[in-house]
Design a protein around this ligand. Structure first.
Ligand SMILES: C=C1C[C@]23C[C@H]1CC[C@H]2[C@@]12CCC[C@@](C)(C(=O)O1)[C@H]2[C@@H]3C(=O)O
Ligand SMILES: O=C(O)CCC(=O)C(=O)O
Length: 354
C-alpha cells in the first residue's frame, strides 16, 4: 500500500477535494442594477442564496484594473519586505500570510487586511505604498457607493423605510468598514498528491457584516454553500467573472431581517496548476455602537416575533475575534424555543411573567 504523506508546510491547512468542472454553478443570480425591478431581484437572491452578482453596476473598469495592477506589484515584493510592510504581521490588520484571525485558522493565501475610515484607509492601517493606498482609496469609494445602492434596493424590496435605513448603517460617519486583498498562489506542495486534492485557500465562513462585495480576477476558487434543508450543505463553485461584483449577505443583515435574508457560507479552494487568484473584498459593517436586532417594521409587517436577541456590532465583533473562522457566530444570539414560547404568550396576552 502506498501512503501519501501530506507535505509538512500543509500540515495545518486542510485539504479539500478538487471541484469537478461540472460543479461550476450556473445558478448564481446576476442582477442588472439598471433594470426596473432590480430591488425585487436583489431581495429574491438574498433570500435564496445570500449571494449574487451585479452587472451594470456603474463602476469603471479602470478603477478595478488600477488596483489589480497595484496588488500584483505588492504581492511580488520580496517576502521580507512584505512581512515588514503595513506595520508588521496582521493582527488583525496588516499583511498576513497563511494565518487568518487569531485562533489558529490557516489557509493557502497571503493578504492585506485594512481598516477604512469613512472614504479612505484609516491611519491605523498604513498601506505599503502610496500608489497602492491611492488605488485602494479610489476602489473603496466605488464600493461604498455600490454597497449603498445594494442596501437601498434591499430596503426597497423589503418595504423598509426610509430607503436609506440599512445603507446609512454602512456608509454613515462611524461605520466600521474593512478592506481585504487576497492572493492565492498555485500550491506547488500539491504536486505528487492525487489530482483530486486541493488545499483550503480561505476556510468556510460567513461574513459578520451587513454585506461584502467581492471582485476577483478570472481565476476560479470561490465556492458557496447552497442553503439546504436542515444541515444539508452543498458546495458549488462560482464561475469567475471579471466584469461583475459578487455580493455576500452577512450575519448582521440576516439578523436585521429576522432571518429572511440569509448570510452565505463560502470558502476558497486553491489548486496546484492554476494561475494565482487575486480577490478584493469590501466588508460593510455598521458603527461599533449600532444596535443590531430584527427591524420592528419588518416584524410588524410580517406578524413575526424576533428570533434573535439584540446585540451591538461591537459585541458581535468582539465575539467574532474570539471565534474560529468556521463557527456559527449567530448561534449564541438565537432565541431559544422556550424564550420564543414566552414571547409568543406575552404577545398574545396569555400570561405575565413575574
Ligand atoms: C477567525 C476570524 C477571522 C475574521 C475574524 C474571525 C471570524 C471571522 C473572520 C472574518 C470573515 C470576514 C472578513 C473579516 C475581516 C471579518 O470581519 O470577519 C474576517 C476576520 C479576519 O480575517 O481577521
Ligand atoms: O478571496 C476570496 O475570493 C474570498 C475570501 C473571503 O471570503 C474573505 O476574505 O472573507
Amino acid at each position: 500500500m502506498v501512503v501519501l504523506a501530506k507535505p509538512a508546510a500543509l500540515e495545518q491547512i486542510s485539504l479539500l477535494r478538487t471541484p469537478e468542472p461540472w460543479e461550476s454553478f450556473a445558478g448564481v443570480p446576476a442582477v442588472d442594477l439598471s433594470a426596473p425591478g432590480a430591488a425585487d431581484d436583489v431581495v429574491r437572491a438574498c433570500e435564496r442564496f445570500g449571494f449574487f452578482s451585479v452587472v451594470n453596476h456603474g463602476v469603471a473598469r479602470g478603477v478595478v484594473e488600477r488596483l489589480e495592477h497595484e496588488a500584483a506589484l505588492f504581492f511580488s515584493w520580496p517576502q521580507a519586505d512584505k512581512d515588514a510592510s503595513a506595520s508588521g504581521p496582521a493582527d488583525p490588520f496588516g499583511y498576513g500570510s497563511k494565518r487568518i484571525g487569531r485562533n489558529g485558522d490557516m489557509g493557502w493565501l497571503e493578504y492585506l487586511l485594512l481598516a477604512i475610515d469613512r472614504e479612505s484607509l484609516s491611519k491605523a492601517s498604513p498601506a505599503p505604498s502610496s500608489s497602492l493606498r491611492d488605488a485602494i482609496n479610489e476602489y473603496v469609494g466605488a464600493m461604498r457607493g455600490l454597497a449603498r445602492t445594494v442596501l437601498e434596493m434591499v430596503a426597497e424590496g423589503l418595504g423598509v423605510s426610509p430607503r436609506g435605513a440599512l445603507a446609512d448603517m454602512v456608509t454613515g460617519e462611524a461605520s466600521d468598514q474593512v478592506f481585504r486583498l487576497n492572493h492565492y498562489p498555485p500550491c506547488p506542495l500539491l504536486q505528487g498528491l492525487p489530482p483530486n486534492c486541493s488545499v483550503t485557500g480561505f476556510g468556510e465562513h460567513t461574513d459578520p457584516q451587513l454585506v461584502s462585495i467581492l471582485h476577483s480576477n478570472a481565476t476560479a476558487g470561490l465556492q458557496i454553500a447552497l442553503h439546504g434543508d436542515g444541515d444539508a450543505q452543498k458546495w458549488v463553485s462560482v464561475p469567475p467573472n471579471r466584469d461583475a461584483f459578487f455580493v455576500n449577505v452577512g450575519d448582521s443583515l440576516q439578523v436585521l431581517t429576522n432571518g429572511r435574508l440569509k448570510s452565505v457560507r463560502h470558502r476558497v479552494v486553491a489548486g496546484s496548476g492554476r494561475k494565482s487568484r487575486v480577490s478584493m473584498i469590501y466588508f460593510g459593517g455598521p458603527p461599533v455602537a449600532q444596535r443590531i436586532a430584527p427591524l420592528p417594521q419588518l416584524l410588524q409587517a410580517e406578524g413575526q416575533l424576533p428570533i434573535y436577541r439584540e446585540f451591538t456590532w461591537g459585541e458581535y465583533k468582539k465575539a467574532a475575534y474570539r471565534s474560529r473562522l468556521g463557527d456559527n457566530r449567530l448561534a449564541p444570539f438565537q432565541m431559544t424555543l422556550v424564550e420564543l414560547q414566552h414571547a409568543h404568550a406575552d404577545a398574545a396576552g396569555l400570561h405575565h411573567r413575574s
